[in-house]
Design a protein around this ligand. Structure first.
Ligand code: HT7
Ligand code: ZN
Length: 844
């Protein structure tokens, strides 16, 4: 397979004046005609007329009406073209019904839909399928289907045709077409300049009752982007379509967003609070792309973080504004540590802006998205809120309509602030999570903090250089009073000391407030000091982090040395349980334990070999001990956390349900599931149903309810995904493999549907002790399924290979077992480019 390098970027050499497409839809024989006006850029002498095209049957091609015979390869075609503007026309045939990879034009439950990012348009027609080639599109769809949609504004329609025109130049990856038997949940929005925008959420008949929340989320997003970023919507219509077969969450096609149905459809009876929050965030994310991604796009796919990091950052700001900022921040950090840190510290490590790839689909990663967003958060912290707002205004004004780079992005900040961001740029260029070690000394009323940064070398970055690290620090007194407000220390060297003077007694330094940089903070604190911060830190993140560190320390001591649960942790958690003044959602977060994979990572980081079974046992023991210690306190808190009002998926109610759920899971260890049974029977919403069912399964009592649940919800595919997922997640480690093997025999296990595949196999790879079963049965099972899925859907297969990325952490037996499976996958004849690249990188 060929490797593409950032350093090799060259412009296309032709401008596209306009694009006209005509689709004659038929499941196995769709005809696509294209008419494109090309203007050669005469100042680009080496230009080559190359049009991407894959799996296309070329029926005809012509230049200025004269038939031509291009040279065709599996990647595309070339042709002699004139040195003056010319009209390219061609007709191809494709088979959407046979397209199981879900890239290009494909079918899902009888509906036609497209997914073109990153390089799917080349499976629709021959075209310069690269993000720096932008043009206006006019699209005619011929097909005998009730709803025919494409990008932009509706130009006209008849019984079996529709025409759309998108006046905003866009790259091909933002093209979309949808056709099918769909119903609209309508809405409207008046923009800040008084324009009326028609909104529609298109769904399959039967799903109409799951649209209201998504529509409201869209309106809130449109308003927020006007108020916070000054961004107004720019078409007369905005359509969202829900699709059942989809490789990722959603896609921001101009004016026609396409969503995985799990990322947009919701009702209280079928969706959990977490589903609602995720849906609100994804709708916002895709909508925000209209400016950060669509109006200003990426020059090439190496610049993916330009749109994704910024848009994730913007959707996090939105959620913080709509809900609790502290809870959102902590949730983001939990997610970053669970998904991005393993990537950054393993064989898949790559910079936020990678420098090479074989298959770009493999770089839609937590590093590009979530670390990319962290980098923007750091930039904002360093320059301040005002300069950030000014820089963004300049970015939109200067680059509207362009395909840009990270250099363009940083330059607006340099121009606004006068700062040199050369060193800061390393965050985009270097892989690896920096370790930030802090040492403290106290003398003559002065507290000195000495920070040392170092990033482990990796294949992607063999010799990392010091980065700019904003370290937010506050000082607190012995009673928890804030002695010095949060200030951002700017670390630029490998080692740096900061002094804080004028204190009669030694203050406590609360460090890395708000998780001000995506680093691993190495700080030697006693359990007493951690308990102090857990009780007194005024920064919600650092307070939560203190509890987290206590949990990690005690779990590691229990798993590695058979130690007893730490009293400071238990006392601290009892205090949290008793503290009615704390936001329930925050208390629920405090009560959560670190994930078992995170514990394994921490142990490996400290030079130990993690034992998944010991980690599982330690986690269970700690929960059981906490439950026993809390005892009678639990039913009281559970009762106080009940919601009497009608269900609302808002922050207040979901916070209470999260706390009730955390407490119920502790109570179930004491009452054998009695309270959970009552909750399950009475619940009128999916959040309460599922939290109760999980407790019952853990208590070994859920079999009947699981069966009844299936009968009740068998016709609702999104609920049945939950049904599959829950059984895997709650299986005891020794039974996880067998549970999966039984579930994949179920008639509803449609493995070609990515949501269903992930519900079972994704949940399985998240079951740390089950997946890492000592005899390797978990590894073999996953490999079997990856080999089976790869020819059908390479993208989803490749993403799931990352379950193996942590293989070097484990004992030599497990390492050998995983390596054997990696070798087996790699040796599979005809393995896709996607999966080949992932497996090769993981093998190292
Ligand atoms: N920009 C999109 C990324 C994407 C995608 C989405 C769905 C299916 C396949 C895809 N390939 C790439 C989603 C986003 O970040 O908003
Ligand atoms: Zn995105």
């Amino acid at each position: 397979p060929t490797t593409v390098y950032l350093k090799d970027y060259t412009p296309f050499g032709f401008t596209l004046e306009s694009v006209h497409l005509t689709f004659d839809l038929a499941p196995e024989t769709t005809r696509v005609k294209s008419r494109v006006l090309f203007r050669p850029d005469l100042s680009a002498p080496g230009r080559k007329f190359f049009l991407h095209g894959e799996q296309l049957k070329l029926l005809s091609a012509a230049i200025d009406g004269k038939p031509v015979t291009p040279v065709i390869t599996p990647e595309g075609l070339t042709c002699q073209v004139p040195d003056k503007p010319f009209e390219w026309t061609c007709e191809v045939e494709i088979a959407p019904a046979k397209n199981t990879a879900l890239e290009g034009l494909y079918m899902s439950n009888g509906m036609y839909c497209t997914q073109c990012e990153a390089e799917g348009f080349r499976k629709i027609t021959y075209y310069p399928d690269r993000p720096d080639v932008m043009s206006t599109f006019t699209v005619r769809i011929n097909g005998d289907l009730p709803v025919l949609l494409s990008n932009g504004n509706a130009e006209g329609k008849g019984d079996d045709w529709a025409e759309w025109h998108d006046p905003w130049p866009k790259p091909s990856y933002l093209f979309a077409l949808v056709a099918g038997d769909l119903v609209a949940h309508p809405g409207s929005f008046t923009t800040c300049s008084g324009r009326e925008v028609e909104l529609n959420l298109w769904v399959r008949p039967g799903d109409e009752g799951k649209c209201a929340f998504g529509m409201e989320a869209l309106k809130k997003s449109m308003k927020w982007d006007e108020e916070v970023y000054g961004r107004e919507y720019d078409l007369d219509i905005f359509n969202i379509v829900a699709v059942d077969d989809f490789n990722m969450g959603a896609m921001e096609n101009k004016g026609l967003n396409i969503f995985n149905s799990s990322a947009v459809l919701a009702s209280p009876e079928t969706s959990t609070d977490m589903n609602f929050e995720r849906i609100e965030a994804i709708i916002a994310h895709e909508y925000f792309h209209n400016w950060t991604g669509n109006r200003i796009t990426c020059r090439d796919w190496f610049q993916l973080c330009l749109k994704e990091g910024l848009t994730v950052f913007r959707d996090s700001q939105f959620t913080s504004d709509m809900r609790s900022a502290a809870v959102k921040r902590i949730g983001d950090v939990i997610d970053l540590r669970a998904r991005q840190f393993p990537e950054d510290n393993g064989p898949l490590a790559h910079p936020v802006r990678p420098e090479s790839f074989q298959e770009i689909n493999n770089f839609y990663t937590a590093t590009v998205y979530e670390k990319g967003a962290e980098v923007i958060g750091m930039l904002k912290r360093l320059v301040g809120d005002e300069a950030y707002a000014e820089a963004l205004d300049l970015y939109f004004a200067r680059h509207d309509g362009q395909a840009c780079t990270i250099e363009d992005w940083l330059k607006v900040f340099e121009d606004v602030t006068g700062r040199d961001l050369g060193q800061f740029k390393r965050w985009y260029q270097q892989a690896g999570t920096p370790r930030l070690k802090v040492e403290e000394s106290w003398e003559d009323g002065t507290l000195r903090l000495t920070f040392t940064q170092s990033t482990p070398p990796s294949a992607a970055t063999p010799a990392p250089l010091p980065q700019v690290i904003p370290v937010a620090v506050g000082l607190i007194g012995p009673n928890g009073d804030e002695l010095r407000e949060t200030e951002v220390l700017e670390m630029t060297k490998a080692t740096q000391t900061f002094e804080f003077s004028g204190f009669p007694t030694r203050p406590h330094a609360s460090i890395l407030r708000g998780f001000s940089a995506p680093v691993i903070l190495e700080r030697d604190l006693s359990t007493e000091e951690r308990a102090f911060f857990l009780a007194h830190d005024t920064d919600p993140f650092c307070r939560w982090e203190a509890g987290r560190a206590l949990a990690l320390d005690t779990l590691n001591a229990m798993a590695l040395r058979g130690a007893a649960p730490d009293a400071h942790y238990l006392d601290g958690m009892i205090a949290v349980l008793r503290d009615d003044a704390l936001d329930p959602a925050y208390r629920a977060l405090m009560l959560g334990l670190p994930g078992q994979s995170e514990l394994a990572a921490a142990q490996a980081e400290a030079g130990h070999t993690p034992d998944p079974d010991a980690i599982w046992t330690a986690s269970e023991t700690l929960r059981q001990t906490l439950a026993t210690r809390a005892g009678d306190l639990l039913p009281k808190i559970y009762a106080a956390a009940q919601v009497d009002d009608p269900y609302q998926p808002d922050a207040e109610q979901s916070g209470k349900r999260a706390l009730a759920g955390a407490v119920l899971s502790l109570m179930s260890r004491l009452d054998g599931g009695t309270t959970a049974s009552v909750q399950y029977a009475r619940a009128d919403n999916m959040t309460l149903k599922l939290s109760a069912l999980a407790c019952l399964l853990r208590a070994g009592k859920g079999a009947n309810d699981v069966a009844a649940f299936y009968e009740e919800w068998r016709d609702d595919r999104l609920v049945i995904d939950k049904w599959f997922m829950l059984q895997v997640a709650e299986a005891p480690p020794a039974k996880a493999v067998e549970t999966v093997k039984t579930l994949v025999q179920h008639p509803d296990f449609n493995w070609k549907n990515p949501n269903r595949f992930r519900a079972v196999l994704g949940a399985f790879t998240g079951h740390h002790a089950g997946f890492h079963r000592k005899d390797g049965a978990g590894y073999e099972l996953l490999a079997d399924w990856l080999i089976k899925l790869d020819p059908v859907n390479p993208q989803t297969t490749a993403r799931m290979c990352s379950a193996f990325q942590t293989w070097r952490r484990y004992d030599t037996d497990r390492q050998a077992l995983i390596r054997a499976q990696l070798d087996r996958i790699a040796a599979t004849p005809g393995l896709s480019r996607d999966t080949t690249e992932m497996i090769t990188r993981i093998q190292g």
